[in-house]
Every structure is written in structure tokens, then in C-alpha cells.
Design a binder for this molecule. Sequence first.
Ligand SMILES: [Zn+2]
Ligand SMILES: [Zn+2]
Length: 121
Amino acid sequence: MSIQTMTIQCQHCHTQEQYKVGHSDSEHTLVEAIDNFHGKTQIQLRSIIKKHHIDKVKFGYALFNCPECQTLYNPYTVEVEYDDIMLFKPFHKCQSCNTTLIRATEAMSTYTCKHCGEHLA
Ligand SMILES: [Zn+2]
Ligand SMILES: [Zn+2]
């Protein structure tokens, strides 16, 4: 797997935004990369490092959207497989309405532009 970049231009305000998707097998350990994560996610990751056996870590980017306001986000994210069967994925929150984001799977035209609030396409 590798990380791919795509450029999406808003049809309304013409802002071009780069989105990245995909993940890479970690070049860093979770301990080295932990400062990329904040708040509750960082606390949970620290607890996994301390108390559990980590099997595999994948860092990457994914598209998420807010189910309330349909804003598209592209957070840096992580998946941690630990204790043979456990999988940790952090939650991401919408910066405007604080709703927990979900993985964006719809066509781009479903989502709204961070800059002008209009639909992207
Ligand atoms: Zn726009
Ligand atoms: Zn929102």
C-alpha cells in the first residue's frame, strides 16, 4: 500500500484542496509517532503501548465526513492491531459541530467545501 494524493477543486469558490488516501506500513514505531496524535487519541494510544502487546501499526490518511454538516476532512490516522484480535482506530471530530466523523464513502458531490460551505461538485 502507498499513499495517493488527489486534488479536488471546489466548483463554487475554486479552492483547490489536496486529499491523501491510503496507508503505509509504519516506518516509525507508535512511540515515535505519538506526538502526531492529540487529546483522547493520544491518551488511548499511550495506554495501548503501556498495557498491551502491539502486533501491527498502520499510519495513513483517510477521507472522513461529518454526518451532520457533510464537511469533508482528511485526517492523519492510525490503525493499531494489538493483543492478536484487537483493533484500535481513533475517532475524529468535526471542527465546526463536534460530531464524530464517519468514513467518507459517497461521491465527492455529497460533501461540502471547508472554505465556502457549498457542495464540492
Ligand atoms: Zn468552496
Ligand atoms: Zn459537522
